[in-house]
Ligand binder design. Structure first.
Ligand code: 4UV
Length: 545
């Protein structure tokens, strides 16, 4: 059995213990203090690496002075801004826990996450203040709101807070914490089944994963080391998601690079940002690659400075990747990562040696990581080229789901293997190929949509008797949520009514763009579990997919 495991062939990295992320970053600075770390593509607001770390200290001091205590949870409701990193690191330097929230969420969704995480504070922008105020009213535990912008009635101003005196402040020290067990990041993920849950990540998870994913097998030597010029990263993928947070924000700080932050995707500003910044590294998800391939605004000129395009978070077809490489009309490296919030988030990444010869694979296990492919029914470990569930074991595996031992037990087994709910196989070079998803999770443009969340809401509609939601394939969005509805006896119910019903409850990408179908019954196993596979198979057969 053990002989079939695929363990990383790269030399192990030691699990980092007793060090926080801000401490790791500070200790690693090598001459890039005064280089710009984050710059806003819209306003031009920018901060050097030194300024980010100074602001984080000021913000931490002010949070401690406002009465926040070690372990308190702070909801971070922000789009990508150049202050994001200082806010996050400030939360950590104050010994607090950050729970990043998608700012595009509706007030109801923000309220749910802040309630579930037990948040006692919120950091937000004026755009989302109304929603956060509603969440605060609904959650009396929330003591205060920090606003990044003009001072607002009843809010602390971030720009005032960062001026706080830091002398004698008791910042959180890794040496005085249990970095292997203290939760410091609480992002939300639905995992293999059910509603979104808080994923408990520690400093050790994040610092060690940062070393694992930036190993020289995967990325070039440090910017600013030797004759290298500073790497320029595009900061478009959201920092509230594990991918953007770890692979852009943290890597930017560790490597002394420059990230241009974009608040959201908008065609003109995206094209302008790329022409202005000439990124050397672009992190992308499928819809963005699709856009670049098909847009006349993108020619080989826009890729002139780009050395590497990195993708992940959802399947990317090899033909799309090859079209991108052709359009660039130069040698540009394409790398794919496989990650999951529960894995801090990286477990696989394309090594430099693949040199575009393994396009479509998401690479090899990162250092200090064991993996195996298991038969979904028997649980037996499978040999190379056989498809089964991907299981991962290593220092990046989360501590567990917040307040949900059952879900934790169902995901991390007694031997420490994290069952990813994804189906894949290995080739002879240890490269992993993802072929399917076993878990019910739907990925729309790389964003998570939990079928249970939509089902719960729809079940609350007065004319709905029963419901199932699945993800159906879509060329532009990756997947789209589609609902199967059983109407209550004698009720007259049309699609529009349900779309209208969901409109204000969930954010745009969770809307039922995959359609609604009225059915007599939902297929279920004797245990009551919805047989989503049957619905998807029938959907595909009907359309010849
Ligand atoms: O929990 P999550 O939303 O997390 C992510 C993380 C993606 C990352 C992270 C670091 C990287 O370096 C990187 O390239 C990508 O998405 O969703 C986890 C689920 O997303 C699907 C899969 O179903 C995971 O369980 N997924 C993630 N990466 C891939 C993928 C991929 N390369 N190919 C196919 N599906």
């Amino acid at each position: 059995d053990e002989s079939l495991w695929v363990n990383s062939k790269i030399q192990d990295v030691k699990t980092i213990v007793g060090v926080t992320i801000p401490e790791m970053i500070r200790a690693n600075i090598r001459g890039w203090e005064n280089a710009v770390a984050f710059e806003c593509a819209e306003s031009g607001r920018k901060y050097t690496h030194r300024q980010v770390l100074e602001q984080s200290r000021g913000f931490a001091a002010a949070m401690i002075q406002s009465g926040y205590k070690r372990g308190d949870v702070i909801g971070v409701v922000l789009h990508n801004i150049p202050e994001y990193c200082a806010i996050l690191y400030g939360i950590w330097e104050a010994g607090l826990v950050a729970s990043p929230v998608n700012p595009a969420y509706t007030a109801a969704e923000i309220t749910r996450q802040l309630e579930s995480s037990g948040a006692q504070g919120v950091v937000t922008l004026p755009d989302y203040l109304e929603a956060c105020r509603a969440a605060k009213t609904a959650n009396p535990k929330i003591k205060s709101i920090v606003i990044v912008g003009e001072p607002h009635e009843g809010c602390h101003s971030y720009y005032e807070m960062v001026k706080a005196d830091t002398t004698g402040v008791d910042f959180a020290k890794g040496s005085q914490m249990d970095t292997l067990n203290d939760t410091i990041l609480l992002p939300y993920s639905s995992g293999t089944t059910g509603l979104p849950k808080g994923v408990m990540l520690t400093h050790s998870n994040l610092t060690t994963n940062l070393l694992q994913s930036t190993h020289p097998t995967y990325i070039k030597a440090n910017a600013f080391e030797g004759q290298n010029e500073q790497e320029r990263l595009l900061g478009l993928l959201p920092f509230f998601h594990s991918y953007g947070l770890a692979c852009i924000l943290n890597v930017n700080m560790l490597k002394g690079s420059h990230t241009l932050t974009l608040p959201r995707f908008e065609v003109n500003s995206f094209v302008r940002a790329i022409r202005q910044q000439r990124p050397t590294i672009m992190h992308m998800v499928t819809p963005l690659i699709n856009f670049m391939v098909n847009s006349a605004d993108f020619t080989s000129k826009e890729f002139e400075a780009t050395e590497t395009v990195i993708g992940g978070a959802a399947p990317i077809g090899p033909s799309l990747i090859n079209q991108l490489l052709e359009k660039a009309n130069k040698h540009m490296l394409f790398q794919e990562g496989y990650g999951m919030t529960e894995l801090s988030p990286v477990s696989h990444f394309s090594p430099l040696w693949t040199n575009n010869q393994k396009v479509g694979s998401c690479g090899c296990p990162v250092p200090s990581t064991s993996t195996k492919i298991v038969d979904v029914i028997s649980g037996k470990t499978l040999p190379r080229f056989e498809r089964g569930e991907i299981c991962v074991r290593g220092p990046q595996v989360m501590k567990g789901y917040f307040n949900n031992e059952e879900a934790t037990r169902n995901t991390i087994d007694v031997d420490g293997w994290c069952h990813t709910g994804d189906i894949g196989y290995y080739d002879n070079d240890d490269c992993l190929w993802i072929v399917d998803r076993l878990k019910e999770l739907i990925k729309v443009k790389g964003f998570q949509v939990a079928p249970s969340e939509l089902e719960d809401l729809l079940r609350g509609h007065e004319k709905v008797e029963d419901v199932a939601v699945i993800g159906v394939p879509d060329a532009e969005w990756g997947e789209l949520p589609r609902a199967y509805i059983v109407k209550k006896d004698g009720q007259n119910l049309v699609e529009d009514e349900l779309n209208h019903f969901l409109k204000d409850q969930v954010t745009s990408y969770k809307q039922l763009r995959g359609g609604i179908e009225f059915v007599k019954a939902i297929p279920k196993a004797p245990t009551g579990k919805i047989l989503r596979r049957e619905l998807l198979t029938a959907y595909k057969e009907m359309r010849g997919l």
